[in-house]
Design a protein around this ligand. Sequence first.
Ligand code: NAG
Ligand code: NAG
Ligand code: NAG
Ligand code: NAG
Ligand code: NAG
Ligand code: NAG
Ligand code: NAG
Ligand code: NAG
Ligand code: NAG
Ligand code: NAG
Length: 436
Amino acid sequence: MHLLLPLTLLFLAFFSFQHEAIDYTSMVFPVNKHTDAAKPLYSMTLMTAYVNVQWHAKFLIDIEGPFSWHDCVLVWNSLPKSSCPNNKLCAGPISCEEFECTEVRTSYSYDSPSCPPINNSSTLPGWGYCTCPVNVMNPVNGKCTQSELNVDRFAANSSDGRNSFLAYHGINLHAACAPSSSFQSFPKNVSGVMAFSASRYALPAYYYQSWIKTSLALCLPSTTSSPGVLFFGEGPFYLLPHSDVDLRSLLSYTPLLKRPDSFSYYIGVNAIVIKQRSFEVVENTTARLSTTEPYTMLKTDLYHWVVRRMSMVTKRMPLATPVAPFSLCYRMFFNNGTLVDLSVPDIDFSLQDGKNWTITRDNSIKHVTKDVACLAFVDGGAKTEQAIVIGTFQMMDNFLLFDLENSTFGFSSSLLKMNTSCSNFNFTNSFETYPL
Ligand SMILES: *[C@@H]1O[C@H](CO)[C@@H](O)[C@H](O)[C@H]1NC(C)=O
Ligand SMILES: *[C@@H]1O[C@H](CO)[C@@H](O)[C@H](O)[C@H]1NC(C)=O
Ligand SMILES: *[C@@H]1O[C@H](CO)[C@@H](O)[C@H](O)[C@H]1NC(C)=O
Ligand SMILES: *[C@@H]1O[C@H](CO)[C@@H](O)[C@H](O)[C@H]1NC(C)=O
Ligand SMILES: *[C@@H]1O[C@H](CO)[C@@H](O)[C@H](O)[C@H]1NC(C)=O
Ligand SMILES: *[C@@H]1O[C@H](CO)[C@@H](O)[C@H](O)[C@H]1NC(C)=O
Ligand SMILES: *[C@@H]1O[C@H](CO)[C@@H](O)[C@H](O)[C@H]1NC(C)=O
Ligand SMILES: *[C@@H]1O[C@H](CO)[C@@H](O)[C@H](O)[C@H]1NC(C)=O
Ligand SMILES: *[C@@H]1O[C@H](CO)[C@@H](O)[C@H](O)[C@H]1NC(C)=O
Ligand SMILES: *[C@@H]1O[C@H](CO)[C@@H](O)[C@H](O)[C@H]1NC(C)=O
């Protein structure tokens, strides 16, 4: 009967249901990989309010965006009779006179030269105020769209780190409603962007001082066929078959850095090491972490060194014509009908405090066709300000913990070495709880 529960009741209740026997420590979301857009992208599935048809929605995971936005329509008079159009998600408007509007527009906005100037022109019929237009930047095609700031409500299942439970946790935040046309370039069925950045209007800021810890655990799957997992909250965290290993015990930690001019997260990198040779980067180099860049981008000198070093240590392996955007590709070969795995050395990112983020073959070599595989790093250009941007190919099947409370970043390196993967969270539970 839970699906029939009136949604307004659900969201008016604003509770987080604690089952007596279970210690919920986080909100949990399935994470899907999408390969049907211009680049591979990852979404999280959440539950939406004011729904006429949609119960679950998929939002891109963006750890850099200043605020969240999705395909929705502003309605101010939702009660008693909903004025939300059919097949649409609706949210309440923020007026241009409220301080949140000014604050988002002046300090927490998407910043792109392609964005048109914003204005106060729009009003809602019957509502005596101006709405709050804000620009949002589409992470798929880089286009800027005017959207409207709102008061939004979502819900998540809760977790004890082992299973997912239908014990709703409300997520109330300011997001923005963008027109449906902005999502045409998105992967199919993905209709929003959830921001997890350091911005005051991204999701983590709304949990400051709540019982949910401001900590994001991200485990991106390598396959489109089974979901990975995202936790917002504290550990423990478990992946099958290791029901007795809290993933936090496998992590190495490095400081999670922020910069005053950006909402992104950074880690300090000293060198990149391939088979005992290292490229020492300029002092205090930081790597930006991105969930919308598919491949790690390296500044040209660094990129050339990695490619040269990798070709040197793999010179017995047959090369293939490079497939853009990559420049070092190998021909795969078969031995008695079986694909022989390329043997490439690990790439170590030697971090600020001596820890290594080890990139093994699964995170360095991408199979682009049946018999061609490429080194999955891209040239970020000679003039780029950011020497290193770590992309999702290098994050897949790694357990990553952004502890925003203590500003530390935990990373496991490849989980495959531990005989598990990001697709191994146990989403089934033995019983269901209802929000009554
Ligand atoms: C929008 O209207 C508000 C309130 O009248 C005003 O403070 C603000 O400057 C206006 N913004 C723009 C971009 O016109
Ligand atoms: C407000 O901005 C939108 C989007 O940039 C534009 O289409 C519209 O013409 C603008 N309205 C006014 C009154 O300037
Ligand atoms: C929440 O949990 C219920 C019950 O296990 C499940 O059917 C539903 O798909 C889950 N929703 C999300 C967004 O994970
Ligand atoms: C999109 O959602 C519809 C309805 O839930 C489903 O039938 C379809 O398979 C989904 N498409 C993709 C590409 O996930
Ligand atoms: C931050 O560190 C403190 C002390 O070690 C710990 O109790 C707390 O749980 C940490 N925060 C998170 C989000 O893990
Ligand atoms: C590197 O960082 C340290 C500590 O923040 C600072 O003292 C030093 O001046 C920085 N070096 C450079 C070259 O920026
Ligand atoms: C080649 O594969 C076949 C069938 O998988 C197997 O029977 C045979 O022993 C293999 N030969 C060698 C030399 O490995
Ligand atoms: C990191 O990797 C380098 C080179 O591979 C190695 O010399 C060093 O001992 C490693 N550090 C740790 C803490 O494992
Ligand atoms: C992973 O599985 C392999 C083969 O089953 C085994 O040899 C290895 O010890 C396992 N490693 C871990 C960390 O469990
Ligand atoms: C997944 O969790 C459920 C509920 O706790 C449990 O019954 C089931 O055995 C677990 N699955 C595996 C493969 O351990």
